[in-house]
Design a binder for this molecule. Structure first.
Ligand SMILES: [Cu+2]
Length: 316
């Protein structure tokens, strides 16, 4: 083969690869609406809270894309709201003063970004005072799956769950107290105190489930205001921790991993396969665990086949 043909072939191959990559990358439309609503932050429905949310729930919906996808995002701030709101995607590399700037009630905002880095990222409202917008519930998770997919280094999990921890301050108006951690009364897991812990709260109706021996991957985001999370699976050991949820940053055999405020990580746990067991996944910071940050994972042969799959990675 002469040099010219070799070069032409190389260029052709390169452009074909590029075209293939481009064909795999998608544009994913995401629209979220800022909603100022009253929510219950306990399992009984007794503790009402003047929450600020994305789409009416704490946390907001899970956004899931693949590395290389473009997120085509629209934020709606309905005219019935009283406050300005904003969106800050930690998975985006944009301009804080442009894309992440707040909009007033009655306004809409649109921006796009390419999800270039794989992992588990927080999103939140960045309107001022930010401490109050986050404490009142304006946060959620965006998962950017790695473009390489699964491998020996990043095994396919049997089940996946999303857990987000937040701090609960009943005095929703007093943002200055929140800054000092004053009035901190509870820790929310996916919006509720002891959300998945029937051991400590008889009104809790759900637990995470898996079958003995399954690999369970937990996408965890620390949406606390002031406190890191000592993430620990009681009666288990994290088989792997993927820092920031990125398989390039893998740790093995970890008992407790310290998750900074606004950090997201992925945690794999594999239970013994020859018996039914339970884990209590806690924020081992005792003040946080006993304020609500305990989640039961039941590993049993008759685990619900739907749980930890599809839409049921975030249990309502
Ligand atoms: Cu807000």
């Amino acid at each position: 083969m002469n040099a010219f043909r070799k070069t032409t072939l190389a260029v052709l191959t390169a452009s074909t690869l590029l075209a293939v990559q481009h064909a795999n990358a998608k544009t994913v439309a995401v629209t979220l609406t800022a909603k100022e609503v009253t929510l219950s932050v306990d399992n009984k429905g007794a503790t009402k809270y003047a929450a600020w949310t994305f789409n009416g729930s704490i946390p907001g919906p899970v956004v899931r894309v693949k590395e290389g996808d473009t997120v085509d995002f629209t934020l709606i701030n309905p005219s019935e709201n009283k406050n300005s709101h904003a969106m800050d995607f930690h998975a985006a590399q944009v301009d804080v003063l442009n894309e992440f700037a707040p909009i007033k009630p009655g306004e809409k905002k649109h921006f796009t970004f390419e999800a270039k880095v794989p992992g588990v990222f927080m999103y939140h409202c960045g309107a001022s005072p930010m401490v109050q917008h986050i404490a009142r519930g304006m946060y959620g998770v965006i998962i950017v799956d790695p473009k390489e997919g699964y491998s020996k280094a990043f095994p396919k999990p049997d089940r996946e769950y999303v857990l987000v921890e937040g701090q609960y301050f009943p005095d929703a108006e007093n943002y200055k107290a929140m800054l000092e951690n004053q009035g901190w009364a509870g820790n929310l897991i996916n919006g509720k105190i002891l959300h998945y812990d029937p051991v400590h709260d008889p009104d809790a109706s759900q637990v995470l489930e898996s079958k003995p021996g399954e690999r369970v991957r937990i996408y965890f985001v620390n949406a606390n205001i002031n406190m890191p999370v000592a993430f620990h699976p009681i009666a288990g050991i994290w088989d792997r921790v993927y820092i920031n949820g990125n398989p390039k940053n893998t740790l093995y055999g970890i008992q407790t991993y310290n998750v900074a405020v606004a950090e997201g990580d992925a945690f794999d746990i594999v239970s013994p396969k020859d018996r039914a067991t339970n884990n209590a996944i806690v924020d081992h910071t005792m003040g946080a665990a006993l304020r609500g940050a305990i989640t039961v994972l039941m590993n049993k042969p008759d685990a619900d086949p739907q749980k930890g799959k599809g839409d049921e990675i975030l249990l309502k």
